[in-house]
Design a protein around this ligand. Structure first.
Ligand code: ZN
Length: 140
């Protein structure tokens, strides 16, 4: 199944935004809109490493939600339109600017995680070093 070869590093921008596998750039990353596949159908890369958590939502909130709400507030303050104007303009703008970037952002974050080998932090119990080394390198 998993073909362990040497893979040229692919930019997380080009592969992630298109929702492609971070290793081969051919297979698909997503099963549905935001659900990740268990593994790549082309190279067999296991996607279980992927954990972007709230990353995509954070970027959408900062760079899409806030500006689209600001647009709605600006329309209200400048024109004081009837409520249906917000239904026709503000609401669709908010929905589109919040939903459309989620998938490319998640792809980019997952592929960046693979590219930079980012993972959960672990405590280094150390392998070498004597008691004296530790004393010398630690606080004195
Ligand atoms: Zn792949």
């Amino acid at each position: 199944m998993a073909y362990e070869g040497n893979w040229a590093p692919l930019s997380p921008y080009t592969t992630g935004i298109r929702g492609r596998c971070p290793r081969c750039g051919q297979g698909h990353l997503f099963n549905g809109f935001l659900t990740l596949k268990p593994s790549c159908e082309v190279c067999g890369l296991d996607y279980s490493f992927a954990d972007p958590a709230d990353g995509p939502a954070f970027f959408v909130i900062c760079f899409a939600c806030v500006p689209s709400v600001a647009l709605a507030v600006w329309i209200e303050v400048m024109f004081q339109p009837a409520f249906w104007v917000h239904l026709l303009i503000s609401l669709p703008v908010m929905i589109l600017t919040c939903l459309l970037p989620l998938r490319p952002l998640k792809g980019w974050l997952v592929n960046s995680q693979y590219f930079y080998k980012a993972e959960q932090g672990r405590i280094d119990r150390g392998s070498g070093g004597t008691e004296a080394d530790n004393r010398r390198n630690g606080s004195n």
